[in-house]
Design a protein around this ligand. Structure first.
Ligand SMILES: [Zn+2]
Length: 412
């Protein structure tokens, strides 16, 4: 079977990957000359697909393909065009390029639908430059925090200055917000960034929810002492207690469906080979597809940490420093994505996303749905990120089938 659309998509992904601040690796950051070049390239593809294009006030690229008559509410498709440092080629870009390929297919058939289609290439999702994520989709959703304009990058430029240098007006961001009545749904195709589809031998899957997250900071305080003289029974070793807590994170999260927990940072003090650790600080990153589960598991863990400390006569302080609600994909859209996958002869499989996506911001103004495409070994945010031409083709066929059969919520 020829993979004409898949070839085209992968070719364009390569073209975008060549636009980088560092020729040796892919790095494309918000409001840079590389973003400008990538935006112009994407707009040229959109125009070739019979779309009217514009940049909004935060730098999102927007292409609009009118429906049966101009001005109809739109099915919004898209993903992001910015990358992390030393990134893969597909994270974000695959969704934008695939959506354009679908519109191009409609345009070549001369097909107009009873709704408009908009493809958005969000200017910032990864948040590399200013340390705050989803700036592009937040502007569209009307939840952009104007205080962000004062944030500075590593070189001391404020976001407001960077926007002006790019030729954009920071005062116009509020006007980039879209009205709920203009958007029928937001659907994003994205690489999975995990190994589940590959393990199951499936090229695509539908997303049930984008997981919410808690970040917790824990400090366990015991008593430092001489490693040679304090008997084992009389120690107040903060690290052995912390080790028990780390294992508790693992076992609790393993026992729960759609829940992951990670201790990624741990500092031992005083941190000497011959001193019993007096204090340990560690982080917990806990994510779950359902908010109720995330809150319950977090509460159970905090109680368990307190019990471990009490048992060992140590002090434990836990602080939830970040909390982000899950973004469930809505059932009426999930059902239509499932139907499109089935129509392509693939068993529909639903999975949650442990990584954040623009849908988390877009859910403020629209119901959201997502399609995941298999990526090799689940590797992402890494130059080895890869998607086959065949899978890119299947992803595009599923998305096109979804678009053609799309029924807005009220029409069901
Ligand atoms: Zn992404």
């Amino acid at each position: 079977m020829p993979h004409e659309i898949g070839e085209k998509i992968c070719g364009r992904v390569e073209e975008l990957a060549a636009i980088s601040e560092d020729p040796a690796k892919l790095t494309r950051i918000f409001l840079t000359p590389e973003q400008r070049r990538a935006s112009e390239l994407v707009m040229s593809w959109m125009q070739a697909a019979a779309m009217a294009t514009r940049l909004d006030a935060i730098g999102n690229v927007i292409g609009r393909y009118e429906g049966a008559w101009p001005g109809l509410p739109a099915l919004v498709l898209g993903s992001h065009l910015d990358t992390v440092r030393d990134a893969g080629k597909y994270d974000g870009m695959l969704g934008v390029v695939t959506a354009i390929a679908c519109v191009e297919a409609l345009a070549s058939e001369g097909m107009r639908l009873p709704f408009a289609i908009e493809v958005i290439g969000f200017a910032d999702e990864e948040g590399v430059r200013f340390g705050t994520t989803m700036l592009g989709s937040r502007a569209v959703a009307g939840t952009f925090d104007p205080d962000c304009l004062g944030r500075r990058d590593a070189d001391g430029f404020s976001m407001a200055e960077a926007l002006r240098t790019f030729g954009l007006d920071p005062g116009g961001i509020a006007a980039a917000a879209r009205r709920r009545t203009d958007i029928l749904a937001y659907v994003e195709l994205h690489i999975e960034q995990g190994p589940v589809l590959e393990t199951l031998g499936l090229p695509v899957g539908f997303v049930t929810s984008i997981s919410g997250a808690n970040r917790v900071e824990v400090t366990i305080t015991g008593e430092a002492g001489h490693a040679g003289t304090v008997p084992m029974a009389e120690r107040k070793d903060a690290l052995t207690a912390a080790a028990q807590c780390v294992l508790a994170v693992e076992s609790r999260c393993r026992a729960e469906p759609d829940c992951v927990g990670t201790v990624g940072s741990l500092q031992v003090s005083p941190g000497a080979i011959n001193v019993i650790p007096g204090q340990v600080r560690f982080s917990i990153d806990l994510r779950a597809a359902e908010d109720a589960r995330r809150r319950r598991v977090t509460a159970q863990l905090l109680a368990e940490i307190a019990a471990v400390a009490a048992d060992r006569k140590l002090r434990a302080e836990s602080r939830v420093i970040h909390e982000l609600a899950a973004a469930p994909c809505v059932p009426w859209l999930v059902a239509q994505v499932e139907r499109a996958i089935l129509a392509e002869g693939i068993a529909p499989f639903g999975l949650s996303s442990g990584a954040g996506h623009d849908g988390m911001a877009m859910m403020e103004i629209a119901d959201i749905g997502m399609i995941f495409v298999r990526c090799a070994r689940g590797i992402s945010h890494h130059p080895d990120e890869s998607v086959t031409v065949e899978d890119a083709e299947i992803g595009a066929r599923v998305l096109l089938c979804f678009i053609k059969d799309f029924e807005p919520k009220g029409a069901l």
